[in-house]
Design a protein around this ligand. Structure first.
Ligand code: ME8
Length: 659
């Protein structure tokens, strides 16, 4: 179909820093990788999708110290946000790597040893501008005439310390040669040019250890140093695959390595990382793709401006698929883009409700009205005329074009191609006017039209699945193809299937239209509430669907939730968030550790009847075993986090099961 030779696809996101809450930038990269990996899985290529978190470094160490907890405890707490977001957004990654895991740290140490053995590492002196309170060096490029810390604006001092260096300069020529031979290895082209001119400008050896930092991986044999956080982080792409074990899955997937990154971190990936790989004797990645950055309503996104787009909120308000579709469609992939909620609403109304939703609705309505829901068999397509055949050949072109565009990571163009096909489906209805055929008793002609429309929708469901998987599944079901999307493999990306005896089942509208006037009102009151720091008005006006996968009742029944009375509450020393909470369940007493101290005093809690998840595996917090978890609702009222415990009436018997 395209000239792409690979039969496998290994795709990675950057691993995200845990000192920040996930925002649209993180969601964007991860959704793009999810789309790509779903596409390649449908093509039955050996596909592996990795994401994870970058947990070492100064910022984490400082944030943890500020809260009186260990860096590891902070990481364990924050990583949950990322895992939860990927669930909420329907991300299907194969693995999630954390740089504090043993499987990673041992590989980093191994890599360090190998580089040292090959004389690619030497000991020298690192000199630079240092901020004492932040305990951080800043590169010369970030320092202005005032010589103030870019973070805290205090005075910087010139410092030097002993450091290990990687002989990056040694790989300058090899990198140039590699990229000259493989111009597609850095995309888009502008980034390729940027990296090439940077390398041609001359590479200097790179400091890869620090003695001023404690929260990192100790250098083997010289433990007062820790490994530079970027070398540590980049190594995740190999460590997660079990490098360097022979027979490990890294041997299977590494030849197909693709790294997706934001444009700000292209040099780490396209210069340092391939040089390290060359030093290790490992092939550089097939492709490093840098996507652009999002601004928000024309402005740079920043915490201080309070305009950070929260992907949890977007998925909650509009549904995960609408959000996924919008970020993939709105901006040419590789360029910068601007996020606006009005733009998102516009896409929902025009592309999703009007184009896709209407095509499904109109088609199913007609199959139900004229054929009682029974789809005409495929054999009727042998009576197709030129108009039908033109639609069929557009279908094949759509498949070929999308496949090529997705190979080039032109993820927005692939959607445009698909929407041109969906548009052609709607136009086909207007042209063939099936309602007239229904009236005039042209049985075969009507059958051909209905079957053709159904084929458009079946193919559209397959091709749109990587972008909006939940919606694709809903279309599939309504087309009468079953609850699971089976038969979506490459071999089935054809116009006519032999599926016969199908009965369609019209279901709920895919994307209800959002009333703009109502939405504007709701948005204004939401903005006002954010400004005033009060809780938002009813968000239901624009709620378009659930953000979690549906589960079976059997899944819920696995949860043993019971009523418990709080008998005693103790503070956990040196952990400003934690309480030890002693519970009476009637049939037994137990203790849980809970991080709700910032919300309650012990006195407020004692005597409350709360709900507790009892069959959760025990977990340790600060070395104390917790046996269960209390249930509570958490929110942000615009000013601060708020929390409310799930409770029952005071006189309700302890030990009662919640169902
Ligand atoms: O850089 N628009 O992690 P990170 C689009 N730990 N993308 C954005 C964005 C925006 N406004 N803001 C940030 C790190 N990003 C390292 C990676 S990999 C071995 C180590 C993107 O959490 C940014 O470009 O700061 C980057 O690709 C990603 O979010 C992770 O950022």
């Amino acid at each position: 179909m395209t000239d792409r030779k690979e039969t496998g696809f290994y795709i990675t996101t950057p691993i995200y820093y845990v000192n920040d809450v996930p925002h649209i930038g993180h969601a964007y990269t991860t959704i793009a990788c999810d789309v790509l990996s779903r596409w390649h899985r449908m093509k039955q290529e050996a596909t592996y999708f990795l994401t994870g978190t970058d947990e070492h470094g100064q910022k984490v160490q400082q944030a943890a110290a500020g809260r009186g907890i260990t860096p590891q405890e902070l990481c364990d707490e924050v990583v949950v946000n990322f895992r939860r977001l990927w669930e909420v957004l329907g991300i299907r990654n194969d693995d999630f790597i954390r740089t504090t895991e043993e499987r990673h740290t041992k590989v980093v140490r191994q890599i360090f040893r190998t580089l040292a053995e090959k004389d690619d590492i030497y000991k020298g002196t690192y000199e630079g501008w240092y901020c004492v309170p932040c305990e951080t060096y800043f590169p010369d490029a970030q320092i202005d005439e005032e010589r103030l810390c870019p973070d805290c604006r205090r005075e910087l001092v010139r410092m030097s310390e002993e450091s290990y260096f990687f002989r990056l300069s040694r790989y300058q020529d090899a990198l140039i040669e590699h990229y000259e031979k493989n111009p597609g290895a850095i995309m888009p082209k502008a980034r390729y040019n940027e990296v090439m001119s940077f390398i041609r400008g001359g590479l200097q050896d790179l400091s890869i250890s620090r003695t001023t930092l404690k929260w990192g991986i100790p250098v083997p044999g010289d433990e007062k140093h820790v490994v530079y956080v970027w070398l540590d982080a980049l190594a995740n792409y190999l460590s997660a695959l079990g490098y360097p074990e022979s027979g490990g899955i890294w041997e299977k997937y590494w030849p197909y390595a693709h790294h997706m990154v934001g444009k700000d971190i292209i040099r780490f990936h396209a210069v340092i990382w391939p040089a390290v790989l060359m030093a290790l004797g490992v092939k550089p990645p097939v492709r490093i793709f840098a996507h652009g950055w999002w601004t928000v309503e024309g402005d740079k996104m920043s915490k201080s401006k309070g305009n950070v787009v929260d992907p949890f909120e977007m998925a909650d308000l509009y549904g995960k698929d609408a959000f996924r579709y919008f970020v993939m469609r709105e901006v040419p992939f590789g360029s910068d883009g601007d996020f606006s909620e009005l733009g998102l609403v516009g896409r929902i109304n025009s592309d999703l409700a009007n184009d896709l939703g209407n095509l499904l609705n109109r088609t199913l309505q007609m199959i139900e009205k004229y054929r009682g829901g029974a789809l005409p068999d495929a054999s009727v397509l042998s009576c197709a005329n030129d108009v039908d055949r033109a639609l069929a050949s557009l279908a094949q072109r759509t498949v070929t074009d999308m496949d090529r565009q997705i190979d080039e990571f032109a993820l927005d163009s692939a959607l445009k191609t698909l929407w041109a096909f969906i548009g052609a489906g709607n136009k086909y209805i207007d042209e063939t006017q099936p309602w007239k055929l229904g009236r005039e008793g042209e049985g075969t002609r009507l059958d051909v039209v209905l079957r053709s429309l159904w084929e458009v929708l079946r193919l559209a469901a397959i091709l749109v699945y990587p972008y909006i998987p939940e919606t694709a599944g809903r279309i599939w079901r309504q087309l009468g193809l079953g609850d699971e999307m089976k038969g979506t493999e490459r071999a089935g990306w054809t116009w006519s299937t032999s599926a016969d005896g199908i009965v369609v089942e019209k279901g709920d509208v895919l994307f209800p239209r959002i009333d703009l006037a109502k939405w504007k009102e709701e948005k204004a009151s939401r903005d006002e509430a954010k400004r005033a720091g009060t809780k938002g008005e009813d968000k239901k006006a624009v709620k378009t669907g659930p953000t979690f996968e549906q589960i079976e009742i059997a899944d819920f029944r696995k949860l043993e939730i019971r009523v418990a009375a709080i008998e005693k509450v103790e503070i956990v020393e040196k952990a400003d968030k934690l309480f030890k909470i002693y519970l009476d369940l009637g049939y037994e007493k137990r203790m849980i550790v809970s991080s709700i101290r910032e919300f309650f005093t012990p006195e407020e809690l004692i005597g409350k009847k709360i709900l507790v998840l009892c069959n959760l595996k025990p977990a340790k917090f600060r070395g104390i075993e917790s046996n269960g978890m209390l249930l509570a609702a958490e929110a942000d009222d615009g000013k601060q986090e708020i929390l409310s415990l799930a409770t029952v009436d005071d006189d309700f018997p302890v030990g009662s099961l919640v169902s």
